[in-house]
Write a protein that binds this ligand. Structure first.
Ligand code: G6P
Length: 367
């Protein structure tokens, strides 16, 4: 079926707005009707049978994997490595027969990711994939392929596929936790009930659209931007920087907040916007002190946080953008929205081609 913009100016705007709905679809598919237990295939997907998980992807899908590493380690106590497909495939990494290899790809056709999958065939105990296109090569060549239910994604810069990937990866991490006896049924039920509320939370997060439009009109005058995040927010900072450079052509880089003093702090001056993604969580105080180091050097902080974070951070930022507060484990799904909205509105303000950025392809099927 032909997909149109449904009244939106760009496919990207439409796809950002669709996220509550498509995440709801994925949740309906992967949760039982009680809403409190997982409906994931058991055949070929028993995480007790694996000693480690190797995740491989490109681009935004790679950042979904980096996020999932925190979830698998923290929730399931499972050792995880994450790699860029073009590096993994040529490095000749040892893959033990107690390893599950998991490939994440929106298109399911990315050449490097497919080659990495083929490299693992006959080595890994299981080949798993998380894909948006169930008929794709990567899905067909996997032992177990889990679709993400994002629907057709047209915008070259991935948005709804990213949050659907995150949702399915979190469900997988919860399954791993449960298979490995690392999570109690009551705790699982609690996390799942909060996850079921995520579409509604995202609708609230999307109401910040105008705040991001205003923030973007100021950011659009910059040539550079830094993104900082810690813990689960580090991969989101990477994704925020990728989105911004892809569609607005502003040079953007992301660092783990703790790395600030190992290099990027040298770049801070009054011309440098620094986007800090920091909901109030266990690491919040540390990120605030990084933020103060930036402000002490006249860097222009754009703080993206929740109401308690905004309260605690004070009023010295260049801008503070406030999102709904959620369970820390769910923050990546929510903070994808500001990463997308900031990039989108900056690109619109600059007049760049949002849906078809120069030099980029939606699906990279050649090396
Ligand atoms: C291209 C797209 C990105 C995407 C990446 C991986 O670079 O522009 O948006 O994240 O490929 O694509 P995949 O289909 O494997 O997720």
């Amino acid at each position: 079926a032909r997909v149109d913009k449904a009244g939106h100016k760009h496919f990207m705007a439409k796809e950002i707005a669709e996220q509550p709905g498509v995440i709801g679809d994925a949740l309906r598919h992967y949760l039982n009707e009680d809403g409190a237990t997982l409906n994931l295939p058991q055949a070929g997907l028993d995480f007790k049978a694996y000693d480690r998980l190797t995740m491989v992807a490109c681009g935004t899908a790679y950042y979904a994997c980096l996020t999932a590493k925190y979830w698998f380690e923290q929730l399931a106590g499972m050792p995880v490595e994450v790699d860029i497909a073009s590096e993994f495939r040529y490095r000749e990494p040892p893959v033990s027969d107690r390893t599950a290899a998991l490939f994440v790809s929106q298109s399911g056709e990315t050449a490097d990711t497919l080659a990495a999958l083929r490299y693992c065939e006959g080595k890994a105990t299981k080949i798993l994939s998380v894909v948006n296109v169930p008929e794709s090569s990567i899905a067909r060549e996997s032992d177990v392929a889990l679709p993400i239910f994002a629907g057709t994604e047209i915008g070259v810069a991935s948005t709804k596929a990213f949050t659907c990937q995150l949702t399915v990866l979190l469900l997988l991490a919860l399954k791993a936790a449960s298979d490995r006896g690392e999570i109690e049924a009551t705790k699982l039920k609690e996390v799942l009930s909060r996850l079921r509320a995520i579409p509604a939370v995202l609708n609230t997060a999307l109401e910040t659209n105008d705040d991001f439009r205003k923030a973007a009109s100021r950011l659009a005058n910059s040539d550079n931007a830094l993104f900082l995040g810690r813990g689960l927010m580090y991969p989101l900072a990477l994704e925020g920087a990728l989105k911004l450079k892809e569609i607005s052509y502003i040079h953007a880089e992301a660092y783990a907040s703790g790395e600030l003093k190992h290099g990027p702090i040298a770049l801070i001056d009054k011309e440098m916007p620094v986007v800090v993604m920091a909901p109030q969580d266990a690491l919040f105080g540390k990120t605030v002190s990084n933020m103060q180091e930036v402000m002490a050097r006249e860097g222009k902080v754009i703080l993206i946080t929740d109401p308690p974070g905004a309260e605690a951070a004070g009023e010295d930022t260049w801008m503070t953008l406030v999102l709904p507060q959620v369970d820390p484990v769910l923050t990546p799904i929510v903070y994808a929205i500001p990463a997308q909205l900031l990039a989108y509105h900056t690109a619109v303000a600059k007049g760049t081609d949002v849906d078809q950025p120069r030099n980029l392809a939606k699906s990279v099927t050649v090396e």
